[in-house]
Design a protein around this ligand. Structure first.
Ligand code: MD6
Ligand code: FE
Length: 216
């Protein structure tokens, strides 16, 4: 057995799952394979993370990039998916198989057995960076969930309701944790509190979040 095989059970990492609410499942430590970090680094080398501009003209504090058939972008013209990275003028890097397979396995563990991903948004947070409450609604098929992987420094995920002003619940996320977000929660408002300063043994002074989507 290789070290990676030792962590696997029937092809899936041997971890618990916690149902946070209808449509939201937390899989603590599901994404601890070091091969994931190496794959993310390769994506970032091919398409460097950059702070994009919101339609309102503000620079986001989170630096973003993507891999897969399309990538999520924002600029003065709005939020959308694009097959071309506007920064490089080239297609986004292909989604590494180890990332895609992890996302499919996590979705299946949460009950979404038909999920496959054609786009992974890579969010890079330095201490102080945050993500304001938002809904993810640029994907074509709202029956498909989003699979969210946290790496590096810990974060507090705020899970709200279907309106911006609904009360939020705080969920702590650490390196390797996965959230599957779908069903009746698919359009719930959510965000990330400012990341606290620290040094993570694998990633250093940053947090990386991967959100796998079926965009097209
Ligand atoms: C983050 N996550 O964890 C940002 N979106 O850094 C998201 O915005 C998100 O975790 C949709 C579904 C799950 C998520
Ligand atoms: Fe989101």
């Amino acid at each position: 057995m290789t070290p990676r095989d030792a962590d696997l059970f029937g092809g899936l990492p041997r971890t618990e799952s916690e149902r946070i609410r209808e449509g939201v499942v937390l899989l603590p430590g599901f994404a601890r394979d070091p091969a994931l970090v190496a794959a993310v680094r390769a994506v970032q080398d091919a398409a460097p993370p950059r702070r994009m501009t919101t339609p309102g003209g503000l620079a986001m504090s989170v630096a973003m990039t993507s891999c897969g058939a399309v990538g999520w972008i924002t600029d003065r013209r709005g939020y959308r998916y694009s097959p071309i990275d506007p920064e490089t003028g080239r297609p986004w890097p292909a989604m590494p198989a180890v990332l895609r397979e992890l996302a499919v396995a996590a979705a299946a563990r949460a009950g979404f057995t038909a999920f496959d991903s054609d786009s992974c948004l890579v969010n890079l947070y330095e201490p102080g960076a945050r993500l304001a409450l938002h809904q993810d609604r640029n994907e074509r098929d709202s029956l498909q969930p989003i699979v969210s992987v946290s790496l590096g420094l810990p974060a507090t995920f705020l899970l709200g309701g279907d309106t911006r002003t609904a009360p939020t619940r705080a969920i702590g996320l650490s390196h390797g944790d996965v959230i599957v977000f779908g069903g009746p929660a698919r359009f719930a408002f959510h965000g990330i509190r400012p990341i606290r300063a620290g040094i993570h043994p694998v990633l250093g002074a940053c947090r990386i979040n991967l959100t796998f989507r079926r965009a097209l």
